[in-house]
Design a protein around this ligand. Structure first.
Ligand code: HEM
Length: 395
């Protein structure tokens, strides 16, 4: 009898009341550290933090050639996501500098301005659907600012995010809508890149010009490599933040005692952001097997897909006491919501700054608010996110 038997579980995309999937993850984590999910063509799932860390740190066996569990042979390429070490760091280098802690710190005044502008659009109304107002607009404005681009592109990118985030169910209509948005994003960057080749801007301010000057193994990046990097940054940064923002405000809308604590002491907000990322994580990642291997008793085969269930790992009681409780001043809090490999999220510093500033500015302007529905619905697909988050407040 293997210590870690493989089992068959059929998980599909679901719209559920908030909380249903935490219970499902808790149950599966305790029963099966590793299991075979029969959804789609089937893939392995790791549920516990230790095993996920072990696989994340063994790219020779668990490769990044695909990071979507249901898509072992993608027709697209995410960069630097799809490149394994040692080549990976070469693709990542121009991004590391751009999204480093000092670079993000320099953006903070502009981020505050983006938050204030976004909130002005609905603060006087006394109500909003948070994920589809602030959640759409604020990350887009921040993203454009961080890339050195004018906000005139915001409406276009918001429309792309809406088409993508409404597409998690996996139905053919939704997939077609998502692929349309994806193609529009690629076309947007293709036009911009051609323009920067012809009319370069300051490479310290304009990210696209910066990429045209970056080199890899002594050569400039090819245009298709730059486009794939730009598309990955766009997809990786907008929908993820929209999802995570929703959970931040959902928590404070439903836990008035925690809300009062951050209103009284905004210095608690950075810790609270970490805890919300740990307790309400939104994304997992997949890897592709490069060889046959027995992993914790499971007979994995070359080309099998393996899903690293990060949302389950961050709630693993083996790593976190009272893992199912949200403790906004939890310390230490070494969660893996941004990953646990060399591919750890390159935008983590920007994402953290955005969430901290969003919570600070929101609670400064609208400290007292409540849910506008009894219980919002969440979607369990490529991301775990609220479908909408109606809020009301007195004006
Ligand atoms: C709350 C928001 C975000 C979450 C939860 C998140 C989560 C993640 C995770 C889990 C990974 C994969 C790590 C791994 O495979 O080990 C990742 C990678 C990545 N993220 Fe994020 N991310 C967020 C925001 C952002 C932002 C704002 C950007 C861009 C500015 C970004 C760009 C990327 C890129 C380019 C990668 C691939 C890195 C590589 O392969 O080296 N993400 N992110």
């Amino acid at each position: 009898m293997n210590e870690y038997p493989s089992v068959e579980v059929n998980l599909t995309s679901l719209v559920t009341p908030v909380g249903a999937h935490w219970e499902q993850n808790d149950r599966l984590r305790e029963e099966f550290p590793v299991y075979w999910n029969t959804y789609g063509n089937g893939y392995w799932v790791l549920t516990r933090a230790e095993e996920i860390r072990e696989a994340s740190q063994n790219p020779a066996v668990f490769s990044n050639h695909s990071i979507v569990a249901t898509d072992p042979n993608p027709a697209y390429r995410f960069l630097p996501s799809f490149v394994d070490p040692p080549q990976h760091m070469k693709y990542r280098k121009p991004l590391n500098r751009w999204f480093s802690p000092p670079a993000v710190a320099a953006l903070v005044p502009q981020l505050r301005e983006c938050a204030a502008t976004t909130m002005q659009e609905f603060a006087a109304d006394g109500h909003t659907d948070y994920v589809n107002s602030f959640g759409d607009h604020f990350p887009v404005r921040v993203f454009l600012t961080s890339m050195g681009l004018p906000l005139e592109h915001a409406a276009f990118l918001v429309s792309c995010v809406r088409r993508m985030s409404g597409a998690r169910s996996g139905s053919p209509d939704h997939v077609a809508r998502m692929m349309g948005a994806w193609a529009d994003i690629a076309a947007f960057w293709t036009v911009l890149l051609a323009d920067r080749h012809a009319n370069p801007l300051d490479p310290d301010i304009d990210f696209v010009t910066h990429m045209t000057e970056a080199t890899i193994d002594g050569h400039p990046f090819a245009d298709d490599e730059i486009i794939d990097t730009l598309v990955t940054l766009t997809l990786g940064s907008l929908d993820t933040l929209k999802g995570q923002f929703g959970w931040c405000i959902y928590h404070f809308a439903t836990h008035p005692e925690d809300r009062q604590r951050i209103i009284d002491d905004p210095n608690l907000i950075p810790n609270a952001v970490e805890e919300i990322m740990r307790a309400y994580p939104i994304v997992g990642m997949a890897r592709k097997l490069t060889q046959d291997i027995e992993f914790h008793g499971c007979p994995m085969k070359k080309d099998d897909m393996l899903f690293l269930n990060l949302p389950s790992a961050t709630r693993d009681p083996r790593e976190f006491p009272d893992a199912d409780k949200v403790i906004i001043d939890r310390s230490p809090n070494r969660h893996m919501a941004f990953g646990a490999s060399e591919h750890r999220c390159v935008g983590s510093h920007l994402a953290r700054a955005e969430m901290i500033i969003a919570l600070e500015e929101w609670h400064r302007a609208i400290p007292h608010y409540r849910l506008g529905v009894d219980e919002p619905l969440m979607e369990l697909g490529s991301q775990i996110a609220l479908v909408s988050l109606p809020l009301v407040w007195d004006v």
